[in-house]
Design a protein around this ligand. Structure first.
Ligand SMILES: *Cc1c(COP(=O)(O)O)cnc(C)c1O
Length: 420
């Protein structure tokens, strides 16, 4: 079956034909590509067409597709079994590796996704502080747990106020939403809800509603407010963790969060999420503390082994090389934009190996600054690139990712494809 036939079949079996909305090619004039296999920087669809992939599973694959060592770890772990619902040593090895490297966490708990990590972090913050409200930012995405679907990004970016139906007013009322890069609003929220804000949640590098790089001063001010009011500062590093560096944005900013959530890269393409914090916070979780959290498949031994095999390759030299690759890739796109007739107002906004194509050269730090024609313009850009064999994330507000597999040969191929 070709992509079109597969999608028609999928539409009958699955709502909208997809298991996650950003995969649906909504707004585009073409059907989703059904991926059959992948290797390195390339994906191949069911029609045998190959694309340079800059979506990279929306972030986890920092080593590229089908990395050899992760592959080996998966096979080796599988030989022994794949789910015990009991203690095993694989999660210990991963936990120890993380805790040894990340100075602000004493303990971790593994879950199965970024959403689950955030969900647990919310409950833990409330349980630890005894306060009820959560402050988040307009445009930041923290997965699909109810409390966070208030003005969220990712597949919801570009929609209006109500991010989702099915969220009760009571839940919405406990979430305070402020604009990014606007400390006055955050100050006002703390004045208004004095003593009842359990935590500020933020993507320290907001990368789910485009790439809205924040000033360090803003994030430092959030840190100071949380310290002053006994609220927790929670960095949602599901997308930035292990990507901007091993210790993520906390390290780039030199700001210490009270709690951190991880996902995506931590599992190397397998379903893993994690919550990390100091011991006094973490030990509020069951079975020691009264904050309940559990999971039948949590710390799955295959996923743990793959996560570790993935993270062990992320050395300082690795990040240096990845940055070089990313700079060259972004430069190549920018050159092409500037010489193209149709897209010469486009530029890439870049932070290390994350990039985002926008038809403006303005500095974008909150969602109100994003050009309103972004989505309309993007559809054309996406289709032009797709026809050239270049696969971006199929949504105007999703960022692109380079992996270590996007080296010189791929760069040459990218140039050939762009200029053809
Ligand atoms: C992707 C993402 C999530 C959700 O993770 P899932 O594994 O998709 O549930 C949460 N927060 C941030 C910052 C993310 O980028």
């Amino acid at each position: 079956m070709n992509n079109k036939e597969l999608f028609e079949k999928s539409l009958k079996l699955v709502p909208g034909g997809v298991h996650s909305p950003v995969r649906s090619f909504k707004g585009l004039h073409t059907t989703p590509r059904f991926i059959n296999k992948a290797a390195g920087a390339y994906i191949t669809d069911e029609e045998g067409k190959t694309f340079i992939d800059f979506c990279m599973s929306f972030g986890p694959l920092i080593l590229g597709h089908k990395n050899e060592k992760v592959h080996e770890a998966a096979i080796k772990a599988m030989e022994l079994g794949w789910s015990y619902g009991a203690c095993e040593k694989y999660s210990l090895e991963l936990a120890e590796y993380l805790i040894n490297k990340i100075p602000f966490i004493d303990q971790v708990r593994f879950v199965n996704s970024g959403t689950e990590a955030v969900m647990t972090a919310i409950r833990l913050a409330r349980g630890y502080t005894g306060k009820s409200k959560i402050l988040k930012f307009n445009g930041c995405y923290h997965g699909h747990t109810d409390a966070m679907l208030i003005k969220a990004g990712s597949g919801l970016a570009g929609t209006s106020e109500a991010s989702s139906k099915g969220i009760s007013e009571n839940i919405a009322n406990d979430t305070i939403v402020c604009d990014l890069n606007n400390i006055e609003q955050v100050n006002a929220a703390f004045d208004k809800y004095a003593g009842d804000i359990a935590a500020i949640f933020i993507e320290p590098l907001p990368a789910n509603n485009g790439l809205l790089i924040q000033n360090k001063e803003f994030l430092q001010a959030l840190r100071d407010l949380c310290t002053k009011h006994n609220s927790l500062l929670i960095f949602d590093e599901v997308i930035s963790g292990f990507r901007t560096g091993f210790n993520g944005m906390a390290d780039d900013l030199k700001i210490t969060p009270d709690m951190v959530t991880y996902g995506k890269i931590i599992g190397g393409g397998f379903p893993v999420g994690a919550i990390g914090a100091k011991k006094d916070i973490m030990e509020c979780l069951a079975p020691i503390g009264d904050v309940y959290q559990a999971g039948t498949l949590s710390a799955n031994p295959v996923a743990m082994a793959c996560g570790l095999a993935n993270l062990k390759q992320l050395t300082p030299d690795f990040y240096q090389e990845l940055e070089t690759i990313s700079n060259k890739t972004v430069q190549t796109f920018d050159d092409w934009f500037s010489k193209s007739e149709e897209f010469n107002d486009y530029k890439m906004i870049q932070y290390k190996s994350l990039f985002w194509a926008v038809p403006t050269s303005d500095k974008l730090q909150d969602i109100s600054a994003i050009p309103s024609n972004l989505a309309d313009r993007f559809y054309k850009l996406f289709e032009v690139l797709l026809n050239k064999g270049i696969y971006l994330s199929p949504n105007a507000y999703e960022v692109g990712f380079c992996s270590i597999a996007h080296g010189e040969l791929v760069l040459e191929d990218l140039k050939t494809k762009l200029w053809n």
